[in-house]
Design a protein around this ligand. Structure first.
Ligand SMILES: Nc1ncnc2c1ncn2[C@@H]1O[C@H](COP(=O)(O)OP(=O)(O)OP(=O)(O)O)[C@@H](O)[C@H]1O
Ligand SMILES: [Mg+2]
Length: 507
């Protein structure tokens, strides 16, 4: 017998267990979704958040346990089945077809038909209306691959909205969104809840998520550790229940002198060919061995373009990049990696991982030619590198042989960081390294970078979370419109950094 139906609860998970081989992803979870409210699910990487949501949206079935919809036990045969009953999900990993248009992605598998075929005009009209609602200036005819990551995430959101679901699950919907895009999304969420739509929200941006939360639920190691009303909790409550201890934000490593200039960028410019504007505008920057530099800026400030041009992914239209006083001009990405310059890219799903390979293969093999040559002459080295990486970067996995797809989203990201560190670089660039990574793992990644810096690695990372610049960076550089607008030491205030970025300071 199922438990009595509670009036406010639309969908409930009862004693859900999910096992993958020896992994117990969920160990008997009870979870409730309230009508017209936002239920936020917090938890570390690998805690089981996505797994629970996949079960509630028909992506996968539980090993045991029950799903109760409107008081009646149900089984979802598929995502289509769940969608037909009003449950829709925005996935953590984008699931768009890159070469198809925004419109075709939104209506994929649910085309609007007339007697004679697909009603493209109506689809275009509805897609345009959704873009307007999300305040995003995107033509529905644009191929998705031409959009930046954040815009792709907006399309993913639009697709979920187009279903008119009663229950909408959002698994990390804002990881690539700008602050203003997040604001629009929150407006849309409030509008949906006022019309009775129930939302489940998952995010590692804890402060941001708190703004939209009605009920908070914390998962830890596949079990529910806490649940509370918004009015009863704060950030500290979440962190305590997530990690079970107080966590340390980190501090810049000290006790050593910086070495020579490892990376020197002078007068670098990157152009947006379509618009004919400079995304990076005559920018110069020196980073010494052992130094950690944080680049803070809003979405569109040019951080990604700067880092990608240094790494050789996008061409410079002017200027020079030097590594250990040798010019890198004209060198390919692989040649730069060979010389000791690596980039952990913004879109790690697309650019950083080979989905058909194992965790170990991703950590060692992917595209790093000289590294592979070295491995071939040192049998046994590969295995130890994989083990060291898994340990150093704290990757939660069954082992090096596990499929990359079996890792939780955040742990897949850690593989990319581990892979780049394993090449033994002189300079590492990380574009938003903390995206999708839980608060404990963030601290671990920064601690690891600090340790490598104290051994001589030059580190440059970008972030759009001010607080993250105030962790381990010796120097904080603020970018706006392709230029450096300010430079600070580690003792700067949050407000000063934000003001230099052109951001309104919220008190
Ligand atoms: N298809 C799968 N095969 C094997 N193991 C899996 C699979 N999917 C998930 N797991 C395991 O289940 C556990 C929970 O993963 P899940 O993706 O639910 O975590 P999460 O809380 O969403 O983490 P994140 O914050 O990193 O997204 C992890 O240990 C993960 O490795
Ligand atoms: Mg997840």
């Amino acid at each position: 017998m199922s438990e009595a139906f509670e009036p406010g609860v639309v969908l409930a998970a009862r004693d859900i267990v999910k096992t993958y081989g020896a992994t117990r992803a969920l160990k008997g979870v009870n979870f409730e979704i309230h009508r017209g409210k936002v239920t936020t699910l917090f938890g570390e990487n690998g805690a089981g958040k996505s797994t629970l949501m996949k079960i509630l949206s028909g992506v996968t079935t539980p090993t045991s346990g029950e799903i109760v919809l409107d008081g009646t036990p149900v089984t979802f045969a598929s995502t289509v089945d769940a969608r037909d009953r009003g449950v829709s999900i925005i996935h953590q990993e984008l699931s768009l077809a890159p070469n198809m248009s925004v419109r075709d992605n939104i209506f994929l598998g649910r085309e609007i038909r007339t007697a004679t075929g697909v009603d493209y005009a109506e689809e275009t009209r509805q897609a345009a209306a959704l873009m307007r609602e999300l305040e995003e200036d995107i033509d529905p005819a644009t191929p998705v691959e031409e959009l930046r990551l954040g815009q792709q995430q907006i399309v993913e959101i639009a697709r979920a909205l187009s279903v008119n679901a009663r229950i909408l699950i959002m698994d990390e919907p804002t990881s690539a969104l700008s602050a203003s895009e997040v604001e629009v999304l929150f407006k849309v969420i409030r509008d949906l809840t006022s019309r009775g739509v129930s939302i489940v929200y998952i995010s590692h941006h804890l402060e941001e998520a708190l703004q939209i939360t009605d009920y908070a639920v914390v998962l830890r190691d596949g079990a529910m550790t806490a649940t509370a009303d918004r009015s009863a909790i704060d950030l500290e409550w979440i962190v305590r229940h997530m990690v079970g201890e107080h966590y340390d934000r980190g501090s810049p490593p000290t006790g050593y002198a910086f070495g020579d200039v490892a990376l020197s960028v002078s007068g670098a410019s990157v152009e947006d060919k379509n618009k004919g504007v400079l995304l990076v505008d005559n920018l110069s920057l020196d980073v010494r061995a052992g130094e950690i530099v944080c680049i803070y800026g809003l979405m569109g400030a040019g951080r990604t373009e700067l880092l990608e041009s240094i790494a050789g992914r996008v061409p410079l239209v002017g200027g020079d990049v030097r590594l250990l006083n040798r010019s890198l001009n004209g060198l390919s990405i692989a040649q730069r990696i060979d010389r000791g310059l690596v980039l952990v890219p913004e879109d790690r799903q697309r650019d950083g991982l080979v989905q058909t390979m194992s965790v170990g293969e991703n950590l060692t093999l992917a595209s790093i030619a000289s590294f592979v040559r070295n491995l071939l002459t040192q049998p046994g080295k590969e295995k130890s590198i994989v083990q060291d990486s898994i340990r150093d970067v704290h990757i939660k996995t069954a082992g090096g042989k596990a499929a990359i797809g079996s890792l939780s989203g955040g742990n897949q990201q850690k593989v990319v960081i581990g892979k780049m560190l394993a090449t033994g670089p002189k300079v590492i660039l990380l574009d938003e390294p903390s995206r999708g990574i839980d608060i404990g793992a963030k601290a671990e990644v920064f601690r690891l970078l600090a340790e490598k810096a104290s051994q001589g690695l030059a580190v440059v990372y970008s972030t759009s979370e001010v607080q993250e610049c105030l962790s381990v960076a010796h120097r904080i550089i603020v970018m706006s419109k392709g230029r450096i607008t300010a430079e600070f030491g580690p003792d700067v205030s949050k407000e000063d950094i934000m003001a230099a970025s052109g951001e309104a300071v919220v008190h």
